[in-house]
Ligand binder design. Sequence first.
Ligand code: G6Q
Length: 543
Amino acid sequence: MTPLKEMQAWKALEAHATTLQSKHLRELFAADPKRGERMTAEACGLFLDYSKHRIDDETLRLFQALAAEAGLKDRRAAMFAGEKINVTENRAVLHTALRAPREAVIEVDGHNVVPDVHAVLDKMAEFAESLRSGAWTGYTGKPIRNVINIGIGGSDLGPVMAYEALRHYSQRELTMRFVSNVDGSDFAEAVHGLDPEETLFIVSSKTFTTLETMTNAHSARVWALGKLKHAEAVAKHFVAVSTNAKEVAKFGIDTANMFGFWDWVGGRYSMDAAIGLSTMIAIGAENFRRMLAGFHAMDEHFRTAPLERNLPFLMGMLTVWYTSFFGAETVAVLPYDNYLKRFPAYLQQLTMESNGKHVTLDGRRVDYQTCPIFWGEPGTNGQHSFYQLIHQGTRLIPCDFIGFAQSLNPLGNHHDLLMSNIFAQAEALAFGKTPEQVKAEGTADWLVPHRTFEGNRPSSVILAEKMTPEILGQLVALYEHSVFVQGVVWQVDSFDQWGVELGKVLAVRIIPELESATEPELKHDSSTNALIRRYRAMRRKQG
Ligand code: G6Q
């Protein structure tokens, strides 16, 4: 594999970037009156305006040249074909198979996985519908009114985000809650006010060994049996989503009520696998399938659309562009839709766990930056807090604005007010306000620098008609594939997460040191030793 910085296209982009670093978006727009219409692309139901980026036609040409040199098309084909592109775990990466139509054929080690995917989807649908209709009852015969998903990381963030995003489509009689943190307060608040007789827990864990999830699941069992008394009640109040049937059975969950998935689905890519059971219960099987259709439409777009109008390609390369050539350290994701309030948190895992890597696929330390920090909040709230820094701070922060033409809750002129803010923010970031303009407003000279906006701050605007299950699927798949493009260019394994494993191992070593009745012999560094001792001493003061 040619080291990235030795590639011709990389060197060409580096040289080309110096010409654009000194150009203002005002000049780029002035030079091409059609720029705002030309630099756009559309796929399925998503429209992308990328004209307010610090690029020109040559940049786009070089993006393609770099993709060619990095072998993007072959890597993409390898992913879709089920090749083991997650090299450090020797696994296929086939979240795209989770949304493939019934008749598709996708093989892993010579086995067509599509029928397996649909068998699980059908089983989920049967269960979700029986719960929604009230046919599935709790141990004492009462219908289930509360559903609590217990999971963490990939087994939580997707389900929470999707539930919030599609809440409009959800069955309102059902209370949906989510527990992830091992902090007992998370569990205590999740079950607060609920009746165990009417509550179902979904224990979502690919491995079924994750400390947080198993601790919460055991507390849930104690809580439920506190009222239901009989161990057989577990079968009516607990279901599992996992790849580990042995551990599920050991916990006492009937494996008939287990929904499986496969090692070729990464945790952060699993919200459309059985990990989405809570989503399906909330919105129904039909809407869940609509979401899958949206995912699939974007998969097909990514797989087949020419790169010049390929949304995930364009967005992925823009992230590479600013990270690698403009020193940008973050990307702000700013959905102007309250239903997407958990979308930035979801994206943080998707992007940063995937590409937050410092070695290449063949084990070399990279000599360039990889994944930027993704963060964000829904607009317009963010405008009244951190946008100040985006407009007038010293850092370059590319922004993704996401908005919808129609509101799911039309209310007076709220929606036009909301959307006017997206357009205004993107405009202000790009074009700013010159000292001359500020002076012309009658501003005192000494105040002019404070009221000047440099502009030249890049953003994308993603527009869709309205938030639907299909659109959510498209949006998530758009970012999934954008992450893939970035990972290919940076030559990292986007599908492992060794960084997550270390913390898990270290915490397990410290647990007995906290729990021990006698003063333990501590063999950590002096800071960790002292913190453990202080914690033990402070805890003793508890009443
Ligand atoms: C995701 C990661 C990680 C994982 C959690 C939960 O890609 O692997 O976030 O999802 O650690 O793991 P389990 O589902 O095995 O409990």
